[in-house]
Each structure stands twice: as structure tokens, then as C-alpha cells.
Write a protein that binds this ligand. Structure first.
Ligand code: AMP
Length: 119
């Protein structure tokens, strides 16, 4: 079930502000409010999708294409094509997804270290 009161739904409705990086018919991208790297951007679909599972199952091909293209566009916009970057999408409990609206994080601007900490 999609929660219409999640923070990204509020951003999409214009109820709270964001530092917008990119917008098209199907996608919005903005800076993360609590950056974990010199560049930390978020890309979200405008549709009501909780996670990648939801998006992959229900989104149209046009929405999926717009989302993927937006990720590439924002990374380039942030000047990360040469230096490199990491994209990450948390889904569900084990990944500690905080906001239940699909989002891809784009991290860059420094060496990002190992992909995961081993325990
Ligand atoms: P996740 O743990 O993958 O669900 O990540 C949620 C991300 O949303 C975190 O990196 C937060 O810093 C970010 N975030 C939460 N509220 C806002 C907001 N109002 N504007 C921008 N980013 C936000």
C-alpha cells in the first residue's frame, strides 16, 4: 500500500520544498537533505511506487525509461561522469528504506570506499 503522506509524496505535491535538479513528465530529482557524500542526489518517479519491485511490476515502459534516463542525466549534471559515482536503492526492512516511495540515491564527489561493510 502506498502512503500518500510520505515525504516524497509531499515534495511531489509541492507541499514541502526541495532543491530540484531535474524534472520531466515522469521523474523528479533533487539534492538529499542529509548528504552522505559531497554529491548526494535522489531520483524519484512521479508515480505512486513504493519500491523497485512495485515499479518494475506496474510502471509503464515510458516511466521506466524516463527514470533510468534521469539517473544518467543527473549524474552528468553533477559532473560525475569522469570521476565516477554509485547508485543505490534501498527496498524494505533489511535495507532500512526510510521513505516508502521509490528513490535512487546518486553518490559521488569523493572515493566512496567499499560497496558494503562486512560484518
Ligand atoms: P532511504 O533510507 O533509502 O529511504 O533514504 C531516504 C533519504 O531521503 C535519506 O537519505 C534522507 O536524507 C532523504 N530525505 C528525507 N527527507 C528529505 C527531504 N525533505 N528532502 C530531501 N531528502 C530527504
Amino acid at each position: 500500500m502506498y502512503d500518500d503522506n510520505n515525504i516524497f509524496a509531499k515534495i511531489l505535491r509541492g507541499e514541502i520544498p526541495c532543491k530540484k535538479l531535474h524534472e520531466d513528465e515522469h521523474t523528479l530529482a533533487f539534492d538529499d537533505i542529509n548528504p552522505q557524500a559531497p554529491v548526494h542526489a535522489l531520483v524519484i518517479p512521479k508515480g505512486k511506487y513504493v519500491s523497485m519491485k512495485d515499479f518494475a511490476a506496474k510502471a509503464s515502459d515510458v516511466e521506466i525509461a524516463a527514470f533510468v534516463r534521469a539517473v544518467g542525466k543527473v549524474a552528468a549534471l553533477k559532473g560525475l561522469d569522469e570521476s565516477g559515482y554509485r547508485i543505490l536503492a534501498n527496498a524494505g526492512l533489511n535495507a532500512h528504506q526510510e521513505v516508502p516511495h521509490l528513490h535512487v540515491h546518486i553518490f559521488g564527489g569523493r572515493a566512496l570506499g567499499p560497496m558494503l561493510i562486512k560484518h
